[in-house]
Design a protein around this ligand. Structure first.
Ligand code: HEM
Ligand code: ISQ
Length: 156
């Protein structure tokens, strides 16, 4: 699939506008949306299992992890435009493959996280949202997810 400069621009402009907002909000909404769609997914996050009654919004790792997911999707968009392929730095991809395989993440979960990601962007920057922006984020995410799934198979 070819990824245009315009698609890259759509992905990066949404993220640039979102990260200017209090990121904790974006991160929390992203996470809560995942659990709204798939309540069972909560059990997979060791840092949530181990944190007892600490409310989600006070969780230190939540924000940084959620932001990383967005940043990686942006990097994916840039790589797709430049090379037509996603080659996240090999060590990062290996680690993500291992983490996600160990946590028991299945293919269906990637669809859940994609939907949650798109919903979060749409909520954060409604005035920018368009079918073209949705398509660009979907493509960037799908290619990144495919690269992670590939590493998960090797890790299994
Ligand atoms: C952890 C990114 C999809 C569940 C992480 C971490 C990152 C990340 C950066 C932090 C740990 C590390 O760096 O190894 C991504 C990206 C995804 C993706 C970029 C998609 C493109 C998913 C999906 C699920 C999931 C579909 C299933 C709901 C988890 C869990 C952990 C985790 C459970 C924490 C494991 C633990 O420490 O207990 N992810 N993730 N991720 N992710 Fe994802
Ligand atoms: C890790 N992997 C996928 C999605 C996530 C959302 C929020 C925080 C961490 C995550």
């Amino acid at each position: 699939a070819t990824f245009s400069e315009e698609q890259e621009r759509l992905v990066l402009s949404a993220w640039n506008a979102m990260k200017g907002q209090p990121t904790a909000d974006v991160a929390l909404k992203f996470f809560l949306r995942i659990f709204e769609i798939a309540p069972g997914a909560k059990q997979m996050f060791s840092f949530l299992r181990d944190s007892g009654d600490v409310p989600l919004e006070n969780h230190p790792k939540l924000k940084s992890h959620a932001v990383t997911v967005f940043v990686m999707a942006c990097e994916s968009a840039t790589q797709l435009r430049k090379t037509g392929d996603v080659e996240v730095r090999q060590a990062t991809l290996k680690r993500l493959g291992a983490t996600h395989a160990k946590a028991g993440v299945a293919d269906a979960h990637f669809e859940v996280v994609k939907t949650a990601l798109l919903d979060t962007i749409k909520d954060a920057v409604p005035e920018m949202w368009s079918p073209e922006m949705k398509g660009a984020w979907e493509e960037a995410y799908d290619q990144l997810a495919a690269a992670i799934k590939e590493e998960m198979k090797k890790a299994a």
